[in-house]
Ligand binder design. Structure first.
Ligand code: AHR
Length: 326
């Protein structure tokens, strides 16, 4: 009997040691080293100077943090982003981050990520979904606020004018959060005074070529336009080319407001060809890494993280340009 008790006690100890060995395995239970973390990032594309700066910042930040980054460029196509996300799920990455090209149509693929226990971080742009459990955090700008800031500048600029102010709006990619929200914020503010009239509004897909093409066409049907409100710098820079080709002076004959504040936009503002820029920061890499590390460690993360941003007049652009990183 005594012998049997000794054998049972020894076996129990072995079982408990085996359990301990499992517990000491960092990859199973303990915190992961940055070098063991793998993140899949599905980028929108390379449509603008902002996007190029955003991609570089994300890639540089992950390199510096020593975290493996799997990166894909969707060339502005939702189906490409969905494919990339599915491939990250199959590869079993630790976290998926992406900047949705449009707001809707994500629920199915995000549910697949959730079912596979892979947390998703929305970076830069939001999704329009009723189920906010499909992502752990949304890091990016307040695009409605950006549109409001553009509208507020306009209201102030024309405060002494009673004549109508005719506006062309160059929209970003149709269905994208920044296009929807920047239009909404701007409309909210200018609605206070009926003299402001958006005479035409069309998408230039956030590209310089798109902005140029749309402006060329719209100037023909609206030769007496006063202002162009462009949802990003690149389309505004395209509009400058179209205005100059039409023999007019951008910034004087037609005032231009843009969003982003990338170097080329800031240079045009300093040169007096753009009149006002609302900043949208592409430098999201470091904050994304903080979120990834917390999520992988099982810590709570904030559901919404908003970037701190400013606005620029010509004088402020001249001052800021020498130190502008992007
Ligand atoms: O989502 C951010 C927007 O996308 C930037 O304002 C624009 O330049 C980019 O393409």
């Amino acid at each position: 009997m005594k012998k049997l008790v000794t054998i049972l006690a020894a076996s129990a100890m072995l079982v408990s040691l085996a359990g301990c060995a499992g517990g000491l395995d960092a990859s199973a239970d303990g915190p992961k080293d940055p070098g063991d973390i793998v993140v899949g990032f599905a980028q929108v594309g390379a449509e603008s100077g902002w996007r190029t700066a955003n991609t570089k910042d994300i890639q540089d930040s992950f390199k510096e943090a020593g975290i493996e980054l799997k990166f894909s460029d969707a060339q502005q196509k939702q189906e490409n982003q969905i494919k990339a996300i599915r491939s990250y799920i199959t590869q079993g990455v630790d976290v998926i981050a992406f900047s949705p090209v449009v707001e809707t149509g994500w629920d199915a693929v995000l549910q697949e990520a959730k079912d596979a226990d892979i947390p998703v971080v929305l970076t830069d742009r939001a999704v329009d979904s009723k189920d906010d459990s499909l992502y752990v955090s949304f890091l990016g700008s307040d695009f409605i606020l950006e549109g409001e800031k553009a509208g507020e500048w306009l209201v102030e600029e024309y405060k002494d004018q009673t004549e109508p102010v005719k506006i062309i709006q160059l929209e970003g990619t149709t269905g994208a959060a920044p296009a929807i929200d920047r239009a909404e914020g701007f409309a909210n503010v200018i609605a206070a005074d009926p003299k402001f009239e958006v005479v035409a509004s069309q998408t230039g897909d956030f590209t310089r070529a798109g902005g140029k093409q749309v402006t060329e066409a719209l100037l023909k049907s609206n030769p007496d336009v006063d202002v162009i409100y462009s949802h990003n710098d690149d389309m505004g820079l395209g509009a400058i080319e179209a205005i100059e080709a039409a023999g007019l002076k951008p910034g004087k004959d037609i005032k231009i407001i843009t969003v982003d504040a990338v170097k080329d936009g800031m240079q045009a503002l300093a040169d007096g060809k753009i009149n006002f820029i609302v900043e949208c920061s592409p430098l999201l890499g470091k904050q994304l890494i903080e979120i990834v590390e917390k999520v992988v460690a099982g810590e709570e993360v904030e559901k919404r993280i908003v970037a701190d941003e400013t606005t620029f007049t010509q004088e402020q652009a001249i001052e800021a340009l020498p130190d502008r990183k992007y």
